[in-house]
Design a protein around this ligand. Structure first.
Ligand SMILES: [Zn+2]
Length: 284
């Protein structure tokens, strides 16, 4: 992906270097495992996810250290991608006569606090609707590369765009509508609706890539493949197979690799929001 020396977002808050201590907070190992299963790619923490109990906010002793050149690079990359999502979603909202409230993005290491409670890197990237913020520990990208075999800068861009997709759902009122269904149906049924919400975030990541390419010519050879590979790599069936050795369909929160890939591609090819009603449309 073409990202060096490009416009960066002003909405990034970099907490790396001040949150570099590992602190065990609540939940214990069982809690962490649950968090990994449910949030490997950006489920929503806190009140949006019935399966999570977040620890209360705690004050953590902070220590400062300067960021390495590599860390600075990674921060710049994230900031450029976030700026790209701002350009695209500002434009698409404007087209619909709406205004887009840009999300914040917090970079952290190991542990931080969020409007949805305490966040650990084990949670994976997530979006908190309470403070309209994407939380990202860049260690997740190393994890994608090594454990999930989803390398490449565009794979990372896809993850960021997926999280921003949740923010877009939030802005469009979709998230609120979905959350209001909780308690109106069985847990199993509600989980299925949550899968559709996740698949839509994948579709929206594809829509972003379509327009970012048109506006900024961001793609380099191999990028599309990296994104598609990443969408498949984080599918629940593959993730669960790796962590548990078997698949538990009712525990899916993100969709299978095939579903995630196909919705991402649909967004990527069409760039058309009208084609992304994952709740009523059949899988592409
Ligand atoms: Zn998600």
């Amino acid at each position: 992906m073409r990202w060096r020396d490009r416009k960066q977002s002003t909405n990034v808050e970099d907490r790396r270097g001040t949150t570099g201590r590992k602190i065990a907070v609540g939940g214990g190992l069982g809690g962490i495992v649950v968090v990994i299963l449910y949030l490997l790619l950006g489920g929503n923490l806190g009140e949006n996810n019935p399966d999570l109990q977040l620890s209360p906010q705690v004050n953590i002793p902070t220590e400062s250290r300067p960021l390495t050149a590599e860390e600075k690079d990674a921060g710049e990359f994230v900031s450029v991608v976030l700026a790209d999502t701002e350009d695209v979603w500002n434009m698409l909202f404007e087209r619909q006569g709406k205004s887009y409230l840009e999300p914040k993005l917090v970079l952290f290491t190991d542990f931080t606090t969020s409007g949805c409670g305490a966040a650990q890197s084990a949670s994976g990237p997530f979006y908190c609707s309470q403070d309209r913020t994407v939380y990202l520990d860049l260690g997740f990208f190393a994890e994608m590369q090594e454990r999930l075999q989803a390398p490449g800068d565009f794979a990372m861009a896809y993850v960021i765009a997926h999280e921003v997709g949740h923010h877009v759902q939030d802005q469009l009122g979709i998230m609120e509508r979905v959350m209001s269904l909780r308690g109106q149906m069985s847990e199993r049924e509600f989980n299925q609706v949550m899968v559709r919400l996740e698949l839509q975030a994948d579709f929206l990541a594809g829509v972003w890539a379509y327009h970012a390419q048109r506006m900024q010519d961001i793609l380099e050879e191999g990028d599309i493949e990296e994104g598609i590979n990443a969408a498949g790599a984080v599918g629940d069936d593959r993730v669960q197979r790796m962590t548990q050795g078997y698949i538990v369909p009712d525990a899916f929160t993100h969709g299978t690799s095939k579903q995630r890939t196909s919705w991402f591609i649909k967004g990527l090819k069409s760039g058309d929001l009208a084609q992304g009603d994952t709740f009523t449309m059949t899988d592409p």
